[in-house]
Every structure is written in structure tokens, then in C-alpha cells.
Design a protein around this ligand. Structure first.
Ligand code: HEM
Length: 521
């Protein structure tokens, strides 16, 4: 068949599908249109887009936002996918119509397997199971009193971090090969901490590295595996090798995580009372899962569901936080005057006790440190999209039609990093804005966006990140101690490179390298 006839046929089919979809619309929505979007080549264009992960579309949506305004529609695969780039429209959706905008789309073939058929918090549909799993995480692990019980673990991990940095920067020389690469140290430190919170025991370094390796392998391949979601019945044959790779990683993950889960279950069955006598005993996340009773299925969690929840906990709690921490430190290396202010603020609280570390109680008295972290989350939000929503019913917002089951994505960087309506000179790094209440009428900054969205690094609304208090605690505690222990300096002749790269989250393309000099206090 000639090329022009293929084009003609696909144009006709596309026009027919669009007309059909329009006819299916309830009459009261008949006069409203989907948010505008670019013309893409019918069917073939949709298929090409569907092969990509939505994360790869960010630069394209950024440009479409300039052209089409607050919301734009792309036809990806067989559904319209709407991207919201405007904070007031996001507020109408996520806060004012939170119940309608809290569903998740049906998972693709790969996520169906990794999430144990949508039995983790992130992918669960908005309903009783999701509510139970989320409430369990918040009340059993992230509640302030429970968080306190992990403080010895944070101290232990801080020591691992400091020892690792010291080892790499032996003698604190200024030779370039003695510069430290923070990323590797901080990623491992966060895994030590989250593995302990998840499985309870202080595991040895080899075991923690095994968990880190397999979790990172899964995380870093997520975008590559995205193509498998598209027409799995076909890709099972056409992309057999890639499916094989996916199952290989899954098998490795099971071989590392399942024994840890089983050990902990055995310990529980043998009677926790003995374990509780150990002064290092902590309630682990996995302990809270064994007896949970799923209301939708009227049964306990199965082992693959527990593994998926543990994996979610490890991924969500390590990658975002260690990545954000690296961005904070990159800014402090780039702007030594800001680093000096952070140090002076800490010194004002901790005093001259050389051996003392910054404690968690000290953090309450360090508003400038908190402002530095908020400014980093505004300028470099690790997640550029909040998780996609699927609509429960048709809606009209701002005169746009949002059809039932459409997939809605919210652009995080458009609301925060680049919004000059809220933030004066938005691309500059100025922590002071969070002290004088810029964009917030002089009041303490409300990151939940419940009254108005100014930025949303943790999302907003009913599915806002449940780990935000834990993340802020980890960021404040480790940054404070890294600055208290060392002066961080750029490597001679090397500018801190702020170019970004999309991995699981947006990371520094060139990981931060810096010289560290122990402080004389
Ligand atoms: C700097 C650190 C972090 C950032 C920037 C971050 C960001 C986010 C974002 C943007 C979402 C999507 C929210 C939405 O869909 O509206 C999310 C969801 C989630 N986060 Fe975080 N997060 C961080 C740390 C953590 C930690 C430490 C944990 C727990 C250990 C965690 C657990 C979760 C979970 C379970 C969800 C799914 C919530 C739901 O669907 O109800 N996150 N996070």
C-alpha cells in the first residue's frame, strides 16, 4: 500500500475515533473541549508517545505550556493524557476537588507485577485498601513519637557517613583525587537507615549493599521497562529479551528481600518479647504489615504484597532524599556565603563543644537551615511530576473538559521553580525568601498548599507524600552535621555543574565533587 493511502486511512480512523468519543460525552459537557494540545500524527504518533515514560516528556510539556497555557492534552496510546502546569488549576483539582482527583490509573503490565497488582500505597486505587496502607505507614512509622525511636539509628548512620567521607579524603589534601563524591556516600547511608527502619536489624555492610544494588537496579531500569507496558501480549514476543531482563531483576529482588521478611516474621512468631529486651530493638515497617487486614478483599497481606510495600518504602525513602541532599550540598558549595551562614547558625546553637554533633532537638532552632532546604526543594524538586491521577467522573475546570478515566499529570517544576508570579527572580537561589515570607504574606510557609499552591515538591491534596516529615528530618539532620563537621569547597577550576539528568528522579548530571576540610570550631 502506498504511503499516502496509509496516511489517509490513519487520518480517517483518528477523525472517526475522535468524533465517536465526542458523541459519548454526556450532553451537559457537550460544549466543553479538552485542554488544547499539539497535533500529532494520528495513531502512529500516539503509539510513539506511548512507548516513552512520561518522565521523558517533561521538556516537551514545558514548551507546550508556553504555547497552550495552563493545561495541555496529548493523545498517548488510546486515552487523552492531560498535563496541568498552572498552580491555581492544580489547586482547583487536587484540593477543591480532591476526592475526584485522587484515583490512580490502572497499572501497566510491569507496575502490575512490581506493585503486586496495585497493593502498595502509591499505586493503590483511591479506596479502603489505600486508606489502610497509608494510615499504617503514617501512624506506625512516621508519627513523631515513633520517629524518635529511630534516633539511635540516625546517629549510627551519621557515623557511617562521616567515616566513609574521612576515608575518601585521607589527610584532607587538596589534590583533586582526594575530593569526595558525596552521592555514593549519601546513597549508601540512606539505605543503611531505611533498611534498618524497614527490617529492624542492623545488617552488615554486605547485606545492605545487596539491598541497595537490587533496589537501584529496579529503579534505574523503570524507564527502560516502560515500553513493556505497551501492548504486553505483543511485547512478550517482540521484546522477549527485555521481559527476561525484568524477570531476572525481580528474581534477584525476591532473593534479597524475601529472606529478610521471613526472618522478621519468624522472630514475631517466636515472640517479640525476647527481642524487645534488646536495647537496640525498634519496631520495623515490615512488622506492622503482617497483621494488616485488607478491607477490600477481607484477608491479610500476601508475601508478594508485603515485599512490594517494603520495596516502595526503600525506594521512596532513599532516592528522593539522597538526591535532594546532594542538591542542597551543591548549592552550599556553589555559594560559600550561604554555607557560612548555615555554619554560624549551627554554632550559635551548638556552641564550642568540638566533639558534639548536631542533635535532633537542635534542628528546631535552625530556621535558616530549614530555609536552605526548602529553597533547594523549590529550585530542584526531585520529582518533576506528582504521580498520575485518573478521574472518577467527568469534570469541567476553568472551562476545560476533563473526561472520566482521563489520565492527569501535574507538573511540579512549573509551579515553584519557574513561576515569577509567586517568586521574585525564581531561578536564583535565595533561602531568605522562606524567612521573610516571600510569596506567603510574611507567614510561615505552608508546603501542603492547602490554601494556595506556591510549590509542590511533595505533591498536594489527599495523596500528598506521607513521608514528608521524615524526609525533612533526614535532610535537616544530615545537612546540619555535614556542615558542622566540614567546610565544603569546590574543586579548583571545577564549577559546580547544575545540569540535570532524568533518572528515577531528576539528578545532577555531573555528581557533586568537593573538598572537605574538618572545621576548627
Ligand atoms: C525529599 C524527599 C521526598 C520527596 C521530594 C517526595 C515526593 C513525593 C511526591 C511528589 C509524591 C507524589 C504525591 C502525589 O501523587 O500527590 C510522593 C508520594 C509518596 N511518597 Fe514521597 N517524597 C519524599 C520522601 C518520601 C519518604 C521518606 C517516604 C517514606 C519512607 C515517602 C513515601 C511516599 C509514598 C508512600 C507515596 C505515595 C502516597 C500516596 O499515593 O498516597 N516519600 N512523594
Amino acid at each position: 500500500m502506498e504511503t499516502w493511502s496509509v496516511i489517509l486511512i490513519s487520518l480517517c480512523i483518528s477523525a472517526l475515533i475522535k468524533a465517536f468519543i465526542h458523541l459519548l460525552r454526556p450532553s451537559k459537557y457537550f460544549n466543553y473541549k479538552l485542554p488544547p494540545g499539539p497535533w500529532n500524527f494520528p495513531i502512529i504518533g500516539n503509539i510513539l508517545l506511548a512507548r516513552k515514560s512520561v518522565l521523558d516528556l517533561e521538556p516537551m510539556i514545558h514548551d507546550l505550556h508556553k504555547k497552550f497555557g495552563p493545561a495541555t492534552t496529548l493523545h498517548i496510546g488510546f486515552r487523552p493524557v492531560i498535563f496541568i502546569c498552572d498552580r491555581s488549576l492544580a489547586h482547583q483539582a487536587l484540593i477543591q476537588n480532591g476526592a475526584v482527583f485522587s484515583g490512580r490509573p490502572p497499572a501497566g503490565a510491569v507496575v502490575k507485577i512490581t506493585s503486586a497488582n496495585q497493593h502498595n500505597i502509591n499505586s493503590a486505587s483511591y479506596g479502603p485498601n489505600w486508606r489502610l496502607l497509608r494510615r499504617n505507614l503514617i501512624s506506625e512509622i512516621i508519627h513523631p513519637s515513633r520517629l524518635k525511636s529511630y534516633s539511635h539509628a540516625r546517629k549510627w548512620v551519621l557515623q557511617i557517613l562521616i567515616d566513609g567521607l574521612n576515608l575518601q579524603a585521607v589527610n584532607n589534601g587538596d589534590r583533586d583525587d582526594r575530593a569526595v563524591k558525596l552521592r555514593d556516600h549519601i546513597q549508601f547511608a540512606m539505605f543503611c537507615l531505611l533498611v534498618l527502619m524497614c527490617f529492624g536489624d542492623k545488617l552488615d555492610e554486605k547485606k545492605i549493599r545487596e539491598v541497595e544494588d537490587v533496589q537501584r537496579l529496579m529503579m534505574l531500569n523503570t524507564r527502560r521497562f516502560n515500553v513493556l507496558n505497551f501492548w504486553p501480549r505483543v511485547t512478550k514476543f517482540v521484546l522477549r529479551k527485555l521481559w527476561g531482563e525484568f524477570f531476572e531483576i525481580l528474581k534477584k529482588q525476591e532473593s534479597v528481600l524475601l529472606p529478610l521478611i521471613r526472618d522478621r516474621r519468624r522472630m514475631k512468631e517466636e515472640g517479640l518479647s525476647q527481642a524487645k529486651e534488646d536495647e537496640n530493638y525498634v519496631l520495623a515497617y515490615v512488622d506492622t504489615l503482617f497483621d494488616l487486614h485488607l478491607p477490600e478483599e477481607n484477608r491479610k497481606l500476601q508475601e508478594n504484597e508485603i515485599m512490594s510495600l517494603c520495596s516502595e518504602f526503600l525506594v521512596a525513602g532513599t532516592d528522593t532524599t539522597s538526591n535532594a541532599l546532594q542538591w542542597v550540598m551543591a548549592n552550599l558549595v556553589k555559594y560559600p556565603d550561604i554555607q557560612e551562614k548555615v555554619f554560624k547558625e549551627i554554632k550559635g546553637v551548638v556552641g564550642d563543644e568540638e566533639i558534639r554533633q548536631v542533635t535532633e532537638d537542635d534542628l528546631q532552632k535552625l530556621p535558616y537551615l530549614k530555609a536552605v532546604i526548602l529553597e533547594t526543594l523549590r529550585r530542584h524538586p526531585p520529582a518533576r511530576f506528582i504521580e498520575p491521577r485518573a478521574l472518577k467522573q467527568d469534570m469541567v475546570l476553568n472551562g476545560f473538559y476533563f473526561p472520566k478515566n482521563a489520565i492527569i499529570n501535574f507538573m511540579v517544576a512549573e509551579m515553584g521553580c519557574w513561576d515569577s508570579e509567586v517568586w521574585d527572580d525564581p531561578t536564583s537561589f535565595r533561602p531568605e525568601r522562606f524567612l521573610n515570607g516571600e510569596g506567603n504574606g510574611g507567614e510561615v510557609f505552608d508546603i501542603t498548599g492547602s490554601r494556595e499552591i506556591k510549590m509542590m515538591p511533595f505533591g498536594v491534596g489527599r495523596r500528598i507524600c506521607p513521608g514528608q516529615d521524615l524526609a525533612m528530618l533526614h535532610l535537616e539532620y544530615f545537612v546540619a552535621n555535614l556542615i558542622w563537621h566540614y567546610e565544603w569547597k569546590a574543586v579548583d577550576g571545577d564549577e559546580v555543574d547544575f545540569e540535570e539528568k532524568q533518572e528515577f528522579t531528576k539528578v545532577m548530571k555531573t555528581p557533586l565533587k568537593a573538598h572537605i576540610h574538618p572545621r576548627s570550631k
